[in-house]
Design a protein. Structure first.
Length: 662
């Protein structure tokens, strides 16, 4: 019994020691210190001193804290105490939105992530960065850093630096002495106008380089500047002044190339040669009109091509683009190949153009189509059990971008390697024709070079914008070659397209398409009886309008004469007025005032103050009495008052208003 009691006592003691150790470790981990700077708030490993109008870093930041929030204050370069540098546990510091004008000293020595954006930093010294051997990510965006403000080799002192962000500064060139292990460098929105050939010589580990929104021109980039960046995966040169892609791009690992919003009007056929791993290419918002045949041949990993907002000219030189677009696998997303000239095809998608819709100058020779094999990394084409259809479609899906070489632009094309069997025809696989029945109906008929499962017919009314009307569509079986489109609007142009929908062979929706336009007839094409009835109705309405107008004129004339007569009669003089002073024949009354010699003259429609020459008339009291028109039939008489004043009264002998004394 004693043995058992001792055993349980020992076990219970061990159990208590175990949990005490666990609780102590948790306390150390989540509550590393018992004090916190009085200006701040502390929570586990975080110290919150942000947005407190601080001019310096508060004292009392002790070991155990990992993240220090000091952003949106008024901290200047003199506000970093020396004891802050010795806090070894701090790894992340937020200092953006303060009043720093230099790279600060005395930062925590083991800081790994440092946010200094949105200050006014102008200079960066080697001594400041030499204190930060563990720094991996540095944000210096939106400051005032210039090329002369960066001490040569300053960034090289940060031995562990991997990410350097210098967006929106005043740099005119690439800083000299970048860290050797740098993986991402952002220099967009600066004033960089020149890049030396050895600017990135020692940064072979760089994977992402952004130079958007600078002042770069063709001659500003030395040939081979990017060639040694063997690990570079993304290169962005958007919003510059380039007229052509830079030569000798890194071909080993580049997967994304941004060239949009430049002034590129020419792309050499070898511009993208060797970029076998490039997946995304953006050449939008430039001045391109044509492309040399085969310019995309080396892009065997291409997934996205953006060519929007260029000046594509859809003449004979664009035919190879039509063939290339139709031969692309479905995994490739190409956007923006839309005709801008000539006017008759403006706004049309290049892929939907028929080969007969483009005119070539006389003497142009279309050379045969050489074989082009797509890389094995792309999804394989679906096969078909229909032998005849499969053989023909396979030959068309192997169209090379060099399928159409105008003799005038390429007199010595390469010798093609022909696939086995007969060459595919040059005519389009689909042909379409229209018959405009009337103002609301169009018959569409088409011929197909291949036997397919079904077709999709779409039609939309053309206007100022293709988005202004809803596209309507209908699917018909493969044996049908005709469709009537009804309920259309008169005198309107409709864009009608026929798509191949084949689920049995390599043709996919939208890959083989033919589009054209047709205009409905005017509503004036009625039968003669309808026109005659319409003319009769129009004549009847016109006659009724003339008669009604004449009657209206007569009524207005009579009403005017009546009004004139009544007005003239009402203004004729009357001898029945009792009071008429003779100044004018209008009826009025008068009254004196104390300040001047005048009377108030009231007529039928107005009143005015009239001066009196006889001051004797103002002696005494007067009343203002309204004078009624003679037609009113109201008699007036003099009213003699006790003070010898005279007023005009009604027959009831009751004055109408109070006295006016003079």
């Amino acid at each position: 019994m004693e043995f058992q009691t001792g055993f349980w006592n020992n076990d219970w003691t061990s159990f208590l020691r175990f949990w005490l150790t666990v609780l102590l470790s948790l306390h150390v981990q989540f509550s590393p210190v018992s004090s916190c700077p009085e200006e701040c708030r502390c929570d586990r490993t975080f110290v919150y001193c942000n947005e407190r109008s601080l001019t310096s870093v508060p004292l009392g930041v002790q070991e155990g804290y990992k993240t220090l929030f000091l952003h949106n204050n008024q901290i200047n370069n003199a506000g970093f105490p020396l004891e802050l540098h010795n806090v070894a546990s701090v790894e992340t510091v937020y200092l953006y939105g303060n009043q720093l004008d230099e790279f600060p000293l005395n930062l925590p020595k083991n800081v790994r992530v440092l946010h200094l954006q949105e200050n006014n930093i102008q200079t960066i010294s080697r001594a400041a960065l030499a204190q930060l051997h563990m720094l991996e990510e540095l944000h210096l965006d939106d400051n005032s850093i210039s090329t002369v403000g960066v001490e040569e080799g300053a960034f090289r002192e940060a031995l562990s630096l991997k990410l350097l962000f210098l967006t929106k500064n005043h740099l005119s060139s690439i800083p000299i002495g970048l860290p050797a292990d740098l993986k991402e460098l952002r220099l967009d929105e600066n004033r960089i106008a020149d890049i030396d050939e050895d600017a990135f010589q020692n940064v072979t580990t760089l994977q992402r380089l952004l130079l958007d929104g600078n002042l770069l021109e063709d001659e500003a980039i030395a040939p081979g500047t990017f060639q040694d960046l063997v690990n570079l995966k993304e290169l962005s040169l958007a919003r510059n002044s380039l007229t052509a892609p830079p030569p000798l791009l890194p071909s080993v690992s580049l997967t994304k190339l941004n060239l949009q919003e430049n002034q590129i009007d020419t792309i050499e056929v070898t511009a993208f040669a060797g970029l076998s791993k490039l997946e995304k290419l953006d050449i939008s918002n430039n001045l391109l009109q044509i492309l040399p045949p085969g310019v995309f041949d080396g892009l065997r990993s291409l997934r996205i091509l953006n060519a929007r907002n260029n000046l594509w000219r859809c003449d004979c030189s664009i035919k190879w683009v039509i063939a290339w677009l139709r031969s692309l696998p479905s995994a490739i997303n190409v956007r923006g190949f839309t005709c801008q000239s000539p006017e008759r095809v403006r706004g049309m998608v290049i892929r939907e153009l028929t080969l007969d819709a483009i005119d070539c100058p006389a003497g142009t020779v279309l050379h045969p189509w050489p074989t082009h094999t797509y890389p094995s990394t792309l999804p394989p084409r679906r096969t078909s059990t229909i032998t005849k259809t499969t053989s023909r479609t396979t030959r068309i899906t192997t169209i090379s971008p060099t399928a159409f070489y105008p003799a005038s632009t390429n007199p010595t094309p390469p010798v093609p390697h022909f696939p086995p069997g007969p060459l595919p025809p040059y005519e389009d696989p689909l042909k379409i024709s229209f018959h405009v029945v009337n103002s609301t109906c169009i018959d569409v008929s088409w011929e197909s070079y291949f036997t397919v499962t079904s077709y999709k017919v779409t039609w939309v009314k053309m206007g100022q914008s293709l988005m202004s009307d809803i596209t309507r569509e209908r699917t018909v079986p493969g044996y049908q070659r005709r469709l009537s489109l009804s309920n259309l609007e008169p005198r309107s142009v409709y864009r009608i397209c026929v798509y191949v929908l084949d689920t049995l062979n390599t043709y996919r929706p939208g890959e083989d398409t033919i589009c054209s336009e047709a205009k409905t007839k005017s509503t004036s094409t009625y039968s003669e009886s309808e026109q005659a009835a319409q003319q009769d109705n129009t004549s009847t309405l016109l006659l009724a309008g003339v008669i009604g107008g004449a009657v209206l004129v007569v009524l207005v004339t009579l009403l005017s004469l009546f009004c004139w007569h009544m007005h003239k009669k009402s203004r004729s003089p009357s001898s029945k007025w009792k009071y008429n002073r003779g100044r004018r024949k209008d009826d009025y009354c008068e009254a004196g005032t104390k300040k001047d010699n005048s009377i108030l003259e009231m007529t039928e429609t107005s009143f005015q103050i009239v001066s009196l020459n006889n001051e004797q008339l103002l002696k005494g009291d007067f009343r203002i009495q309204p004078i009624y028109t003679p037609n009113g039939g109201i008699g007036l008489r003099d009213c003699h008052l006790s003070n010898n004043s005279i007023a005009y009264c009604k027959s009831s002998n009751v004055p109408s208003v109070d006295f006016l004394h003079t």
